[in-house]
Design a protein around this ligand. Structure first.
Ligand code: NAD
Length: 356
């Protein structure tokens, strides 16, 4: 059994689906179902006895402790977070609560649980903390990509809270000997990404005939990785990573935001043609405050030590992603109309299964 947090979100649900497809090992999945958590992402495994879903908060120490004692997982894979930079600018409090305090609660529970394991279970136990490249700050054009030894310089409330959680995870290894591993990954894209993030926002707005809002001059550079490749990297780290280490994960795919948007428009022009080009819908808007200029990841450590490499190129992954959104317009409209929130209310509104 492994214990996943945030497994109803974008990356977490891709991880759970991939895990259950690739292994026979059950998963207990703790997720608060914030606006970003969507049980519809897990529709495929709703009837699968290997998947135990628990609606609850990682900040709830009693609940987390009880789940660890009940399910006795051999590993924790921690995805749960508030993850949207823009939301962190408008309301940083929730980011501190979940990303910093929630991770602390989880670490404390893991420490107590680990202390009670026998020597064999201790040797096999792992705590994998899923983090971001944004903790390293911003690069100038021509700067070398971030490595695992690059100093932390977070610039947004989101990245500052993720940086704080990374430090706590590191400290729990050094201070208490908890076998933690941290992964820092670049921007993900793929199925089930909430349409507030760049790529799904552009696809869904384009198809709805709405403006495609591009911040500032659109020349901000990000490294992009297909979500399935990120999940495969996390599985490699869980399997063979060295406790106490951090691993950068990236796709070696640096692109300017405007180039990403133009690529999406070109694919949509081909797959969902309309009169004129989707490019005509691009609209430049005022830049995000403190917007980092460039992120780039040096992923050679995980390639060298764990033999991981992305399977998708940007052009193959982005095409798959556009096709997925075209094929899953029901998912998109469910998210946009709040249908899935109604489903959650209907199924979990009156009672919290975690308390049973
Ligand atoms: P997401 O916002 O799509 O999903 C987050 C999930 O966590 C949701 O299901 C939400 O309900 C759950 N959650 C939030 N607060 C919770 C709480 N207090 N208790 C329990 N569950 C809670 O995020 P994502 O894009 O899937 O990111 C997952 C992780 O990966 C995050 O830690 C993020 O920092 C990290 N990451 C994301 C990216 C990216 O490009 N999306 C890149 C690198 C790292």
């Amino acid at each position: 059994m492994i214990f996943v947090t945030g497994g109803a979100g974008f990356i977490g649900s891709n991880f759970v689906l991939g895990w259950l497809a690739e292994t026979d090992e059950p998963v207990v999945n703790l997720d608060k179902l914030t606006y970003a958590g969507n049980l519809d992402n897990l529709r495929q495994v709703r009837e699968d006895a290997r998947h135990v879903f628990v609606r609850g908060d990682i900040c709830d120490a009693a609940l987390v402790g009880r789940l660890l004692d009940t399910y006795k997982p051999r590993a924790i894979v921690h995805f749960a977070a508030e993850s949207h930079v823009d939301r962190s600018i408008h309301g940083p409090g929730e980011f501190v609560t979940t990303n910093v305090n929630g991770t602390f609660v989880l670490l404390e529970a893991a420490r107590a649980y680990y202390a009670g394991l026998d020597a064999n279970a201790k040797a096999n136990f792992r705590f994998v903390h899923v983090s971001t490249d944004e903790v390293y700050g911003s690069l100038e054009p021509g700067d070398a990509p971030f490595t695992e030894t690059t100093g932390y310089a977070p610039n947004s409330p989101y990245s500052a809270t993720k940086a704080a959680s990374d430090h706590m995870v590191r400290a729990y290894h050094h201070t208490y000997g908890l076998p933690t591993l941290t992964t820092n990954c670049s921007n993900n894209y793929g199925p089930f990404q909430f349409p507030e993030k760049l790529i799904p926002l552009m696809i869904t707005n384009a198809l709805a005939g709405k403006a495609l809002p591009v911040y500032g001059d659109g020349r901000q550079v990000r490294d992009w990785l297909y979500v399935g490749d990120h999940c495969a990297a996390i599985r490699r780290v869980l399997q063979d990573g060295r406790p106490g280490e951090t691993y950068n994960i990236g796709g070696w795919n640096e692109m300017g935001n405007i180039d990403v948007v133009h690529t999406l428009c070109n694919i949509l022009d081909e797959l969902a043609p309309k009169s004129g080009s989707y490019r005509d819908q691009v609209a430049f808007v005022a830049d995000r405050p403190g917007h980092d200029r460039r992120y780039a990841m040096d992923a050679r450590k995980i390639e060298r030590e764990l033999g991981w490499k992305p399977a998708e190129t940007f052009s193959s992954g982005i095409r798959k992603t556009v096709q997925w959104y075209l094929d899953h317009q029901d998912w998109v409209s469910g998210v946009q109309s709040g249908e899935y929130l109604k489903w959650v209310e209907k199924n979990y509104g009156a009672r919290n299964p975690a308390q049973e």
